[in-house]
Design a protein around this ligand. Structure first.
Ligand SMILES: [Zn+2]
Length: 283
């Protein structure tokens, strides 16, 4: 019995010290980190092991875009459609074609799985795609893995059906955003978070009439991003009349990427003029 007790004690003692032994085990060829200052080169305590496979830091959360400044818009507005429950997509495509206008279509997977032919039609008409998630769940409420899956599933579906990517354009369902979800989205390649500053209210109940929708659309100013859907067929007539009105005003509707490109060019021009003025003042 005495021998057994001694053996058990030895094992327990070894176990108790094992974690400490592992923690301070020096690495072969390891060098003391410079600049720590507290221990000397011949310190009896070797430096702690560096953590391997440290978690990669996520990118910073991109800032959502609601519109661009009027002064950079050169009379343009952006048209965007959240595509989630089918009532009028073919008619929308017809009216956009009639006016020679390109728009951004934020695709939701629940719609796309049921309407693969229409998805191809949007692509073939030359419109731009953005990601509106796979199942239209609010992104800030999801854990990281589910969020990544929402974005990837939709991207893979659109890419496989049309050959076009939805990146880098993301419109989060309900416009719901939070810093953590946006960081993950950016890590997935979505660093352009497109919200809106004019809502046609065509998803509202009871359904609004064409004239009510048109009144909302006419609130847009140069630089606006307009939110619409394929939920209320009255939006087709409203878009038709709105695009005619824009033309009369000498203005134009474009896809979101075009509006942002117009801004980039205008900003560059403004910066060039500023530099030229500063140089002229020195002469
Ligand atoms: Zn939506």
């Amino acid at each position: 019995m005495g021998r057994v007790r001694v053996a058990v004690l030895c094992v327990l003692t070894a176990c108790a010290f094992l974690p400490i032994a592992v923690q301070y085990e020096p690495q072969a060829g390891s060098q003391r980190l410079s600049g720590t200052g507290s221990e000397s080169a011949d310190s009896p305590f070797p430096p702690p092991r560096q953590v391997k496979h440290a978690r990669r830091a996520l990118p910073a959360a991109p800032k959502p875009i609601f519109s661009i400044p009027k002064k950079f818009a050169d009379g343009h507005v952006a048209l965007s459609f959240d595509i989630e429950a089918e009532t009028c997509t073919p008619q929308l495509l017809n009216v956009l074609e009639k006016h020679g206008v390109r728009a951004t279509f934020f695709i939701c997977g629940t719609w796309a799985k049921l309407h693969r032919r229409l998805l191809k039609d949007i692509a073939e008409a030359g419109h731009e795609f953005g990601n509106h998630s796979s199942s239209h769940r609010s992104l800030p409420g999801l854990d990281e893995e589910s969020l990544r899956k929402e974005l990837r599933d939709l991207e893979n579906l659109v890419l496989s059906e049309t050959g076009k990517s939805t990146k880098p354009w993301l419109r989060p369902p309900y416009g719901a955003v939070g810093p953590a979800s946006l960081s993950v989205a950016a890590d997935e390649g979505y660093d352009q978070i497109i919200l809106w500053n004019v809502d046609a209210k065509d998803a509202a109940r009871p359904k609004r009439t064409k004239d009510q929708l048109l009144t909302r659309l006419l609130r847009a100013r140069p630089g606006s991003i307009i939110l619409m859907h394929n939920l209320n067929p009255a939006i087709v007539g409203a878009v038709d009349e709105y695009l005619s009105a824009l033309k009369k005003q000498g203005r134009k509707a474009v896809a979101v990427s075009e509006l942002l490109q117009i801004q980039a060019v205008a900003e560059e021009r403004e910066e060039r003029i500023r530099r030229q003025k500063a140089l002229a003042a020195l002469k």
